[in-house]
Design a protein around this ligand. Structure first.
Ligand SMILES: Cc1ncc(COP(=O)(O)O)c(C=O)c1O
Length: 415
């Protein structure tokens, strides 16, 4: 390492820095401000002009966290000792994660195979820094949740996009990845049930994925944020159930959607101990651990009664049915999502740009959705609805869409 020594003298009396010549790093200069921040600005502008917004954009649940979790936070914030740096995960938290994975997924974990995260988003961003050097290839899905490309991009990776196509049930087609690319790849990000396309993946897919990853020595990151939100088909599983997965894979599992705790920023990475070790080491330089009342809230969530999850799924299922049945009856052909808290809707006839459509929809109806293009090139042609509004609001949104006349009845012929 080269350390440049310099004599620092303060010249602030002579020169005033205006910032005009400031240079910014290439690795972040090309990041556009996240789409959710842009949509929020639009929403605020519209609300300021006195107009209504029915917000189906961000996937942050409108449902409350379980009562017993709130009670733990309330009790623990009264304890002054809980305001110190946590530094590490409490041993009781690690034990709770071990119990949760055993009970829920039948997966045995050791403490070295677990780290907490300030939400999966933080972990997905940071783990890429531990796995790729500038120029290495990272395999990411298209469309994909934005941090899937932003993390590797900041780490300097070359991105290779794996198409998720409707005709392939939105599964990654591993046979289509050229072996020259696979040999250069250090990291692959996979996520089912999938945001935004809502698809689930069968065990055979994961078996092939692990075989492929081992063949080419590619670290797998499986984002399992929606494992509890499945409407049709068998319950969600863990990639770590697949034999050999722990040799090559880490799973991210978030409490955000399963327990309606998005604002608490609570998630875990579990699996391959070397990968977890490197991530923990990096994080030990960046943060001092999760606020202790929230660590205790996480213990309460994953070890306490789980009926809140069933109730949440029922609520989303009803909302899904009202929204999709309603859109289809208007002539907008949208498939019923089998999982997640989203609907992935192809643009109605006559529209090509998802951004234009989303803006027009907001202008003419007050309904706010996310343009599919913000999830990658193959997201163009779609918009994403998040099922984060109560049934009455969904009905109101359907009525507004109907009144706008934006949907042509001819689409009904596709059904
Ligand atoms: C696929 C996916 N991964 C990760 C996240 C982020 O979750 P967290 O709140 O744990 O950061 C989201 C949030 O919407 C998501 O959809």
């Amino acid at each position: 390492m080269i350390i440049i020594k310099q004599n620092y003298t303060l010249h602030h009396e002579k020169t005033r820095c205006t910032g005009d010549n400031m240079k910014f790093a290439q690795k972040t200069a090309h990041l556009s401000s996240a789409i959710f921040a842009q949509l929020k600005t639009k929403k605020i502008e519209r609300l300021a002009s006195g107009k209504e917004v029915m917000d189906f954009s961000i996937g942050t649940p409108d449902l409350p966290p379980p009562r017993h979790v709130i009670d733990v936070i309330r009790q623990e914030i009264e304890n002054p000792d809980n305001y110190k740096y946590a530094i590490k995960d409490l041993p009781e938290l690690t034990e709770a994660v071990i119990g949760w994975y055993q009970k829920r997924f039948g997966v045995s974990l050791e403490p070295e195979e677990i780290t907490s995260l300030f939400g999966s988003q933080e972990g997905l961003g940071h783990i890429a820094l531990t796995l790729v050097d500038p120029g290495d290839v990272a395999l990411i899905p298209d469309p994909g949740y934005p941090i899937f490309h932003v993390g590797p991009m900041i780490a300097g990776a070359r991105l290779y996009k794996m198409p998720l196509l409707r005709e392939n049930h939105y599964l990654i087609d591993l046979d289509r990845i050229e072996s020259t690319v696979a040999h250069q790849a250090r990291l692959m990000i996979v996520s089912y049930p999938n945001n935004p396309v809502t698809a689930t993946a069968p065990p055979e897919f994961y078996e092939k994925l692990i075989w492929f990853a081992k063949k080419y020595d590619i670290a797998i990151i499986h984002d399992n944020a929606y494992c509890e939100l499945i409407f049709d088909g068998p319950p969600g599983g863990s990639i770590l159930n697949i034999p050999g997965a722990k040799d090559i894979a880490v799973e991210f599992n978030s409490l955000s959607k399963s327990y309606n705790l998005t604002g608490c920023r609570l998630a875990f990475a579990v699996g391959n101990r070397e990968m977890i070790g490197h991530l923990k080491n990096l994080k030990s330089h960046l943060d001092y651990g999760i606020f202790l009342p929230l660590q205790k809230a996480a213990i309460a969530a994953i070890s306490g009664p789980q009926d809140c999850i069933r109730e949440t799924v029922q609520i989303y299922r009803r909302r899904r049915d009202i929204l999709i049945d309603g859109l289809v009856s208007l002539g907008w052909k949208v498939d019923k999502p089998p999982a997640t808290m989203f609907a992935w809707a192809p643009l109605p006839d006559g529209y090509q740009s998802s951004m234009h459509f989303a803006l027009e929809l907001m202008d003419r109806t007050g309904v706010l959705v996310v343009p599919g293009s913000s999830f990658g090139d193959l997201g163009e042609g779609f918009v994403r609805f998040a099922l984060v509004q109560p049934e009455e609001e969904i009905k109101k949104a359907l009525a507004a869409i109907k009144a706008s006349g934006m949907i042509s009845r001819t689409q009904v012929t596709n059904t």
